[in-house]
Design a protein around this ligand. Sequence first.
Ligand SMILES: Cc1cc2nc3c(=O)[nH]c(=O)nc-3n(C[C@H](O)[C@H](O)[C@H](O)COP(=O)(O)O)c2cc1C
Length: 179
Amino acid sequence: MKPRNKREWPLKQVNRLIQTGPVVLVTTAHAGRSNIMPMSWHTMLDFDPPLVGCVISREHFTYELLERSRECVLNIPTAPLAREVVRCGSVSGRKKDKWAMCGWTPEPATVVSAPLIPSCYAHLECRVRDDSWASRYDFIVLEVVRAWVARGVELPETLHHVHGPEFLVPGRRLKVTMR
Ligand SMILES: Cc1cc2nc3c(=O)[nH]c(=O)nc-3n(C[C@H](O)[C@H](O)[C@H](O)COP(=O)(O)O)c2cc1C
């Protein structure tokens, strides 16, 4: 028996249903090189200190820079930056300077060596806390050591990745009041 009014969803596309957190742009820097990588596979793990679990493929240039510097910034882009997000995800920083490609000027962060992307809505300065699952699942736990958010933005149009160049953008804020 199948559930009523439902169609079966392919297991290989389960990520499209569940990956709802905002896409972040991971910036890294080491030995004079700096890079940008979109990442949608991440999850909060703890409040205090804030810990974020991330999947960053060991094949990516970002992984190499992160492994060496042990620091990064998670920059949170909004809808006007969607095109640049997709472009940054379709080429490796080993071959291309993504800062120049996007026409962005890096801004120094305050406590980590990786830079901020100024046009992003928010920035989480992070240090690698645990990479013991990196060789198994490409999974890295980051500790957020400082965070910044744009003033006066009520409803940030964050990008929630569905697949390829397709995103969902939140349209309203819903606050439940209990009687
Ligand atoms: C919207 C989007 C989300 C992505 N999410 C991830 C992710 O969570 N983890 C990952 O390893 N790669 C992810 N990628 C793929 C990398 O961003 C892509 O392979 C990138 O070119 C790697 O860059 P680098 O080699 O310069 O680090 C994503 C790409 C896009 C466009």
